[in-house]
Design a protein around this ligand. Structure first.
Ligand SMILES: Nc1ncnc2c1ncn2[C@@H]1O[C@H](COP(=O)(O)OP(=O)(O)OP(=O)(O)O)[C@@H](O)[C@H]1O
Ligand SMILES: [Mg+2]
Length: 282
């Protein structure tokens, strides 16, 4: 599907160009696409700088992400990926520059999922998910929203169980449901599958793609895995020395064919960009 999105929110004139969201066709493995891009937030980052003491982590970074895009961020350890995500969802503040996250909704909501599920062990699965709705008792209305979010991640029968009886992948699905329950316009994922085994990762990647496709929220995924990046994202950026050093569109149609020559070529370009620049020994 081609939509028109704002390329830059600053300057005297707005430039518009068609943006491929990767939503080829009306369904993805039987899941209907969301209606347009109203469910997603547009991101405009201008001259973003983040320092910790003397250390410059993000260095006058500019980035524009159209509403509804699935963006993957890759780069060497310590290059500032998590810092960028934390700034995007408002968990930290920039040293300089601006970040604008806005959507057609009155209140734009952003949610983040980390590598660890960070569940409350003394609360049931449904109570953990309801945390995503903010403070409040588990009223019938909240319970219904929670049930829908749990169904979305394939855990509707586990609502009354304790986190301790769930597998690692199931716990991470609860964390995803907690992020989805408020229908955020921006979903930030910081290596959400990093601690899972290879087979569970593939299942979870399919789940993330389906949820994004169905809900249409703008999604920013930080990952160390370039095959995961090209399998899921519309676009992949490489961060290095606090800036974007490569920005590529992944035009392969969905559902994507893992291991295809096109995706392998993109993986090669990304690995060259990540490792080719460094004078570091790995
Ligand atoms: N709160 C903080 N105080 C001081 N330094 C910090 C803080 N948070 C991050 N840093 C530094 O900023 C740099 C970037 O950290 P960040 O966590 O963003 O990297 P990353 O790209 O996510 O790395 P990884 O791939 O290992 O998760 C690192 O050098 C880190 O030590
Ligand atoms: Mg990180």
């Amino acid at each position: 599907m081609t939509v028109f999105a704002r390329v830059s929110a600053v300057g005297p004139q707005e430039t518009r160009r068609p943006v491929e969201t990767g939503r080829a066709g009306p369904t993805l493995r039987g899941v209907p696409a969301s209606l347009g891009t109203s469910a997603g937030a547009a991101i405009t980052i201008c001259g973003l700088e983040k320092r910790f003491g003397d250390k410059v982590v993000l260095d006058k970074l500019d980035l524009t992400v159209p509403a509804g895009q699935f963006l993957a961020v890759v780069g060497r350890s310590g290059c500032g990926k998590s810092t960028l995500l934390r700034l995007l969802v408002g968990l930290d503040t920039p040293t300089a520059g601006t970040i604008d996250v806005s959507s057609s909704s009155v209140a734009t909501q952003s949610r983040i999922v980390f590598q660890e599920p960070r569940l409350l062990p003394w609360e049931t699965v449904e109570q953990n998910v309801s945390v995503g709705l903010g403070e409040g008792r588990l009223t019938p209305e909240r319970r219904e929203k929670v049930a829908l979010a749990l169904a979305e991640v394939g855990l509707k029968d586990r609502a009354t169980e304790w986190p301790s009886v769930l597998s690692g992948g199931q716990k991470q699905r609860v964390a995803l449901a907690r992020a989805l329950v408020s229908h955020p316009q921006l979903l930030a994922l910081d290596e959400p599958l990093g601690a899972l085994d290879a087979l569970t990762r593939i299942t979870m990647q399919g789940l993330i793609e389906r949820v994004w496709f169905a809900q249409g929220m703008t999604t920013v995924l930080v990952t160390h895995d370039v095959s995961e990046a090209v399998a899921l994202a519309d676009r992949v950026i490489v961060l290095d020395a606090g800036r974007v050093t490569l920005d590529i569109d992944v035009k392969a149609p969905r559902p994507r064919e893992r291991g295809s020559a096109d995706l392998a070529a993109l993986e090669g370009r990304l690995l060259d960009a990540i490792f080719g620049v460094a004078d570091v020994v790995y």
